[in-house]
Write a protein that binds this ligand. Structure first.
Ligand SMILES: [Zn+2]
Length: 396
């Protein structure tokens, strides 16, 4: 961020902005009281934030007499962010303000296996349309964030050996968008941002939350201490490829990761499609599987119950390790009646110690298919407005 005279504003300007973002409109005196800084320092920092358009005058506060002091508020409209939640077969894109509020969004069908150039080309076209829809130019875009259904090395934004993303291994997703927008580009695993979206929007007072996504694959995102837990490289929480033992199953199914007997090889959408076809049903998509389960097809219901128990075992292990307050279940298969959720709940409460489940809630995602874009918008706002990152946000 640059002040009008071209100099970088004094250090600490980000902390002042953080105050406005968390507390809402404030007067100069209220900022002074909260920070303990001198009036001259406060004035200098507020001037820098005003010049950058990051705060705006927000009317007058109520006073008991004399001149009423002016208030200032965070200006979430200083720019927009563009976010894309890429799934195996569906894409959701949105234009958001800097508070993470979705201004315009759309859902598009894609096939992630057609490769990065085709899929990201579609994302790029959606971004241009959405920016136009909210009346913004490319230079108004302050950040781009992309969620993908595969393992992401978070520091570089590159996808690493993704089982269901044919042709994406090592592709430079940030580079693709940085050329166009010249701004911050974040890439994260889809379930990490779903977990963050659900925590920020639905459970803001919960510090420890996990999100189990059951769609084409099986993913698990963790918010610990209010932050996404990614591990060293970004691979934390990959319970879809934990090995399970299923009684009376002599031949363990081969997983798309190359191993045998993974959770996903029994309970992922692609595995249920495989098993239902073997049982003579005509199913093409995960939505077809959900429709069969909801219609009470005996084979579909039996497979859904087994999937629920297997997902329950993996979730029980995760609960024992992490002790979250809330486990949110999302993804297309979460729409499959109560069969799946009942199985998960039963096994988790049976297997975990009472202290881990004493206040544990296992719930359906309330944001549902929008959890990803909401999480991406919040992650991006927190990143580009972080006190130590504020220099990257140029003045208007
Ligand atoms: Zn596997």
């Amino acid at each position: 961020m640059t002040a009008p005279n071209g100099s970088v504003p004094s250090q600490g300007v980000g902390e002042i902005l953080a105050l406005f973002r968390s507390r809402g409109p404030l007067t100069r005196s209220e900022v002074m009281d909260s920070t303990g800084l001198a009036r001259s320092t406060i004035n200098q920092r507020l001037d820098a934030l005003l010049a950058a358009g990051l705060i705006v005058p927000a009317g007058e506060s109520i006073s008991t007499g004399g001149r009423r002091p002016g208030r200032f508020a965070f200006n979430a409209e200083v720019g927009i962010t563009l976010v894309a939640d890429i799934g195996a077969s569906g894409l959701r894109t949105a234009a958001c303000d800097l508070a993470g509020v979705v201004l315009a969004e759309r859902a598009t069908r894609i096939n992630v296996a057609t490769g990065p150039r085709e899929v990201l080309g579609t994302v790029g076209r959606c971004f241009e349309e959405l920016a136009g829809e909210v009346g913004r130019a490319p230079e108004d875009v302050k950040g781009v964030a992309v969620g993908v259904p595969g393992p992401v090395q978070f520091a570089t934004g590159r996808v690493v050996s993704p089982p269901i993303m044919t042709g994406w291994d090592g592709f430079d997703i940030p580079g693709f968008f940085r050329d166009r927008y010249g701004t911050t580009v974040l890439v994260d695993n889809d379930v990490n941002v779903m977990a963050l979206g659900e925590q920020r929007a639905s459970y803001p007072d919960v510090a420890h939350l996990a999100f189990l996504k059951v769609g084409t694959g099986v993913g698990f995102g963790i918010v610990a201490g209010g932050q996404v837990l990614r591990g060293t490289q970004g691979a934390a929480g990959d319970i879809g490829h934990i090995r399970v033992t299923v009684p009376d199953d002599t031949e363990q199914p081969v997983c798309i990761c190359g191993n045998v007997g993974c959770v996903e090889a029994y309970a992922g959408g692609w595995a249920l499609i495989r098993d239902l076809r073997a049982a003579g049903r005509t199913v093409e998509t995960v939505d077809d599987v959900v429709a069969l389960i909801r219609a009470g097809d005996p084979s579909a219901v039996r497979l859904a119950r087994r999937a629920g128990r297997i997902l329950g075992e993996a979730t029980a292990d995760a609960v024992s390790l992490l002790n979250p307050s809330v486990v949110v279940i999302g993804g297309q298969l979460a729409h499959a009646d109560e069969q799946l959720l009942a199985g998960i709940r039963e096994v988790v409460y049976q297997r975990c110690l009472p202290l881990a489940t004493r206040s544990l809630q296992i719930v359906r995602s309330s944001l549902d298919l929008r959890a990803g874009i909401i999480g991406l918008a919040r992650l991006l706002a927190d990143t580009i407005l972080a006190p130590d990152q504020l220099d990257s946000l140029p003045a208007r």
